[in-house]
Design a protein around this ligand. Structure first.
Ligand SMILES: Nc1nc2c(ncn2[C@@H]2O[C@H](COP(=O)(O)OP(=O)(O)OP(=O)(O)O)[C@@H](O)[C@H]2O)c(=O)[nH]1
Ligand SMILES: [Mg+2]
Length: 303
């Protein structure tokens, strides 16, 4: 470019942080993965899957969008959940733009109102992403947009489907235009700043969410005890912590069948992620009341 070229032709590089917030199960983590084009955050049909801030980076020609997926915001009473919701709300203060994800296919007015009030307390541009449009009739969608636009003003309201990818790039374009001008903060090929061992632990936790029922997922924490990369294979030792003996029996299953299922599914996924063969050693341990231990909670919320 020369000095004589008109300025309007150049587009300054933009870079910034975007929080993805919403009620539990709204589809925030699914959206993060879709925006990044790779699975980073674990997802599940059950609410309260995400427990920490999960960073995912999307690269545009003239912008770098650094997304921060957060745990679902809801009225929490259990200590673990209170701490987790604090993590989500705390993220709002440290970003440039907020994407408020709402499940358009169902009503969760209590959580939605709570989140709206939190958003009103901070001065940041907010984009509303009406998610799961693949599940709703157009008329219901329009009514949902109308109703929400009366409650608060948004920079934009974008109906999307995180699952199918419908309109997700439109959402990304809208966000790009709201970001501050600045140089990229991450290299072009990076998709997250989270360490592999954290992602591996999350994958194991996702399989526990997927294959076990009732309270087990919520009583589970996964730690990585050892992560050793060798030439052809990576050895990972992980512990699944549960709170009671009865839960340990369920996670291990008849003759070890459940643990084998969790381990196999997790291993295959970790192998794809790190592009190496993996030997995954899983242990199950009873840690009574881990979810009420302040030190453990701190480690979970700030890995
Ligand atoms: N049909 C449909 N399902 C979706 C869509 N987005 C997410 N889901 C499903 O909704 C469920 C919850 O998705 P998550 O991405 O885990 O939701 P979340 O908001 O991260 O949930 P928490 O971490 O618990 O707060 C999963 O079963 C997803 O497959 C969508 O656009 N359409
Ligand atoms: Mg999530």
């Amino acid at each position: 470019m020369t000095d004589s070229e008109p300025r309007s032709k150049t587009r300054a590089f933009r870079c910034g942080f975007i929080a993805i917030v919403g009620a539990p199960n709204a589809g925030k983590s699914t959206l993060l993965n879709r925006l990044v084009g790779q699975k980073i955050a674990i997802t599940s049909k059950k609410p309260q899957t995400t427990r920490n801030r999960i960073t995912g980076i999307r690269h545009h020609e003239n912008a770098q969008l650094i997304f921060v997926d957060t745990p679902g915001i809801h009225r929490a009473s259990k200590q673990l959940n209170v701490r987790i919701v604090e993590t989500a709300l705390g993220t709002l203060e440290s970003v440039d733009v907020i994407v408020f994800v709402v499940d358009a296919s169902r009503k969760d007015e209590a959580s939605e109102t709570m989140i709206r009030k939190a958003l009103d307390r901070i001065d940041r541009p907010v984009v509303l992403a009406l998610n799961k449009v693949d599940l709703v009739q157009k008329s219901a969608l329009l009514a949902g947009i109308d109703q929400r636009s009366k409650l608060r003003s948004f920079e934009a309201i974008v109906p999307i489907s995180a699952k199918t990818g419908d309109q997700v790039s439109v959402l990304a374009e809208v966000i790009e235009n709201l970001l501050p001008v600045g140089p990229p903060l991450f290299p072009e090929d990076s998709v997250t700043d989270l360490p592999m061992r954290f992602l591996a632990a999350e994958i194991v936790r996702e399989k526990v969410f997927r294959y076990t029922g009732q309270e087990i997922p919520y009583s589970t924490m996964v730690t990585i005890d050892d992560y050793k990369e060798e030439k052809r294979i990576t050895h990972i030792h992980a512990t699944i912590h549960v709170e009671r003996d009865s839960q340990k029996r369920i996670v291990i299953g008849q003759g070890g069948a459940m643990l084998k299922r969790i381990g196999e599914a997790a291993r295959i996924e970790i192998e794809t992620m790190i592009e190496s063969r993996v030997f995954l050693h899983l242990f199950v341990r009873v840690d009574t009341n881990w979810s009420r231990d302040a030190k453990v909670l701190e480690r979970i919320c700030n890995p």
